[in-house]
Write a protein of this length. Sequence first.
Length: 314
Amino acid sequence: MRLVFIGSSKFGLRCLDACLRISGLNVVGVVTANQTFKISYRPEGVTNVLFSDLVEFARSKQIPVQKLSQSMQELSLYDTVKSWRPDLFLVAGWYHMIPKRWREMAPAYGLHASLLPDYSGGAPLVWAMINGESSTGITFFQMDDGVDSGPIAGQKQEVIRDEDTIASLYARIEERGLELLREIMPQLSNGSLQLYPQDHRKRRVMPQRAPEDGRIDWAQDAVVVDRFIRAQTRPYPGAFTTLNGRIIHIWRASVVCQPTGLFVPGTVFKSPQNGICVGCGSESIALQEVSYESRDLTQPQLQDLFGSGNQLLG
């Protein structure tokens, strides 16, 4: 089958490389994008923090490649892709809706990092961690006019561990996704693939997230704040707070069993056992990896920043 791959992330690159090794597939073209791009829900532009340059990889494999310049509606892009005569599209690590006229040219399949129909929409793994879910997964599905709403070809489940960061969880989800890809693409190529519809009564559509959504609410319980931090740590923009109007990013912390009610939420204090801590709605967190005004701080620098403690974070 003549496959056109669409993607612009590190995971997308891994999927493209896997497709080159699957019997019955002929990758005839690649569509990719710049790391920073404009999109409907954020016209001022977004940055793909999981970006990978598929252009050089495609060229190294002698595969034709086209880069998106403005939107998926570009006529020149459509005409080029049509000239490749695709039998199907595979979409992974992509942030744009696939237009209907593309899907009329050839069916489009994608990978979404949740167990659809739940956690459709944006940043599903981040939301799953923030919401305290015990498990998540990845779904291989056929795209339709909706948001992650097309029929399902297969799914893989993955436990969310207590110590997970977004990076560790995403790494395991990538592996499950590659397993799905290797199982399902041969079925697509030989015509044996079976699809089943989603139960839309169980759908939850998550909103897209922006860097400003990472502000910490110190009135939440410490375990909730800790999850919030781990869900948005590197390579994502990070959970943050402010000190005298200046931004502090918190990349790693731990829950401290400090009794409730000793501090107003957001109050910084020094603990002989745990160093610099912040009071939350219940219990507290100890700050372990922090950057202040985009500069990573050592523990001594963190101690200097807060002096005697008892400062209030916003």
